[in-house]
Ligand binder design. Structure first.
Ligand code: GCO
Length: 456
């Protein structure tokens, strides 16, 4: 077994989670700077003011990525570094920083995949109601147009938005991410609409400024897998079902809008609110990406009930889980990707997949993260099966280095590379070496390693 010849193997990160020094060189505040200042918002009162010091150490990290044989680095740009007031007065030194990052990737033979919005709205725009205001979509499109023109020829892959679902759900509904709001359903629907308009407008702006570049969106949401082959329809149905109580954390609410130009919830208040979206707005949102990025962590097992309707199966006691207590469900890489491909018929990339482990430095000075290796092994085997039913073109491990895990602060470690925060020393974890071998063999080792283990 092997992945396609041109399969992209990479790792991912985001600006606020890694860079540190958010106010350096004329940068403005983002909503994460402001949110982290709120008492109790982040575990241990931590923030991204230093993070992994990526602002100064990006070359070391990109060098390590290249040394693992990875060919692509997905990172994000901080909008507020470049557009401190959100008004299109560009901060040249902010832009220079990303010039250095992009040029460093290219010098290392690494393709830069640039995410333009990984949740860092300039605080100046939040003060004008953030994603509740349709002007924010226009401001983002202006930023995207400038970025695409500036990096044209050097950046071949742009991602407009990272996980609009999480922006909505954790940022504007549950209030545990910046900007920490708890809005009503109609207000949430207007945020959703403005995010989708931001995708549509920025997509067209990037296409115009950098016609050769490929443009995607990174989506996340529930992915269901069947208990047995007879349950596949139920799992598919539940994956895309939109209801008043379960719509924000779905791929459909984003991907139906941008890929199909519609979204069709079941009867309820959401359905009524979406019926008020005008045909012109649907047309603007409908900007079919060149590829879909799927951020994939876990999912749910579904069986068909007596009437065929989907039923969530309870997880047995002691079900395998990560340090964050997220269930380990590799099946999503096979079924979830198959369902997404059937529905949208677009190339798919795993733009994030990984887990938090209780990593620490062992007595021998190394970081032995057997749990991460086993997780990756299982998820990649399932992804390989998914390739038989879906056009899957690449895998980005989340994350390259340990970093600031949003409201959990530094308590969670997702990296292939361990960061010793007090010294900023980097240590390759065992999983980094395992991943490098998998990349070298393009996945041919995955089956062989199991067979070898079984004969012992
Ligand atoms: C995400 C985020 C990452 C998180 C990761 C682990 O897109 O959800 O991109 O920033 O750190 O998902 O929770």
């Amino acid at each position: 077994m092997a992945f396609r010849e041109d399969f992209v193997w990479g790792a991912a990160s985001s600006a606020y989670q890694t860079e540190g020094f958010p106010r350096a060189d004329g940068s403005g505040d983002s909503i994460w700077d402001a949110f982290c200042r709120q008492p109790g918002a982040i575990a241990n009162g931590e923030d991204g003011s230093v993070a992994c010091d990526g602002y100064h150490r990006f070359a070391e990290d990109i060098g390590l990525l290249a040394s693992l044989g990875l060919s692509a680095y997905r990172f994000s740009t901080s909008w507020a570094r470049i557009d401190p007031n959100g008004d299109g007065h560009w901060n040249e030194s902010g832009l220079r920083y990303y010039d250095r990052v992009v040029d460093c990737c290219l010098a290392n033979g690494v393709t830069p995949w640039m995410t333009l919005y990984h949740w860092e709205l300039p605080q100046a725009l939040e003060e004008k109601d953030g994603w509740q205001n349709s002007e924010t979509a226009a401001a983002f499109s202006r930023f995207a147009a400038m970025m695409a023109a500036h990096f044209e020829g050097r950046v071949s892959h742009f991602i407009t938005l990272n996980e609009p679902q999480i922006v909505l759900k954790l940022g504007y509904a549950d209030g545990i991410h910046a900007p920490g709001k708890r809005l009503s359903l109609p207000e949430l629907v207007s945020c959703w609409k403005n995010l989708m308009l931001a995708h549509g407008l920025s997509f067209r702006a990037i296409r115009k400024a950098a016609p050769e570049a490929l443009i995607g969106i990174a989506s996340t949401g529930k992915l269901c897998y069947p208990h047995s082959p007879a349950d596949e329809d139920a799992a598919r149905q539940e994956t895309f079902r939109l209801t008043d109580s379960d719509w924000m954390f779905t791929h459909a609410i984003v991907l139906d809008a941008v890929c199909l130009g519609r979204a069709e919830p079941e009867a309820g208040a959401l359905r009524k609110l979406l019926s008020e979206v005008t045909p012109e707005e649907w047309d603007t949102m409908h900007a079919v990406p060149d590829f879909i990025g799927v951020n994939s962590y876990n999912g749910s097992e579904i069986a068909a009930g007596p009437d065929g309707a989907p039923v969530y199966l309870p997880r047995p006691q002691g079900f395998a889980c990560t340090a964050l207590k997220w269930p380990i469900t590799p099946e999503i890489m096979e079924y979830g990707y198959a369902f997404l491909y059937e529905r949208y018929q677009l190339p798919l990339y795993v733009t994030e997949c990984g887990l938090s482990c209780n990593d620490h430095i062992f007595l021998d000075g190394q970081v032995h993260d057997a749990d991460r290796i086993d997780f990756l092994h299982r998820y990649l085997l399932a992804l390989y099966r998914g390739c038989e039913r879906a056009d899957i073109r690449g895998f980005f491990h989340w994350s390259l280095t340990d970093n600031f895990e949003w409201h959990s602060g530094y308590a969670e470690r997702f990296g292939l590379i361990y960061v010793d925060y007090p010294t900023q020393k980097r240590i390759l974890k065992d999983s980094a070496r395992w991943y490098a071998q998998t990349v070298r063999e393009n996945g041919k080792n995955l089956q062989r390693l199991i067979s070898a283990a079984q004969t012992h």
